[in-house]
Ligand binder design. Structure first.
Ligand code: FES
Length: 101
């Protein structure tokens, strides 16, 4: 799936991946602002993104565990996800994710 990341400076980068998590995809492409410090186990919130509102039906909402973690993240809103908790699949093709500041 092709995924577009909007980074903090407003630039966008489209990257493509097929397996693993969206966080792993972002880290492997050096997307600024996605650190993935905890390695993808939903305990650091350094992979916080805001899903474009029209794409939320593709990514789904955050799980309860993820929501608890997001409460500690700056600027979390109803479009927030921890992108290590989003598995890559073709269903995600074309989505836009804004990297949280
Ligand atoms: Fe740590 Fe996603 S990488 S919560």
């Amino acid at each position: 799936a092709k995924i577009t990341f909007i980074t903090a400076d407003g630039s966008s980068r489209a990257v493509e991946g097929h397996t693993g998590s969206v966080m792993e995809l972002a880290v492997s492409h050096g997307i600024p602002g996605i650190d993935g410090d905890c390695g993808g186990v939903c305990s650091c919130a350094t992979c916080h993104v805001h899903v474009a509102p029209e794409d939320l039906d593709k990514t789904g909402q955050a799980s309860e565990i993820e929501k608890d973690m997001l409460e500690l993240a700056d600027g979390a809103d109803e479009f927030s996800r921890l992108c290590c908790q989003i598995s890559l699949s073709e269903d995600l093709d074309g989505i836009q994710l804004r990297v949280a500041k």
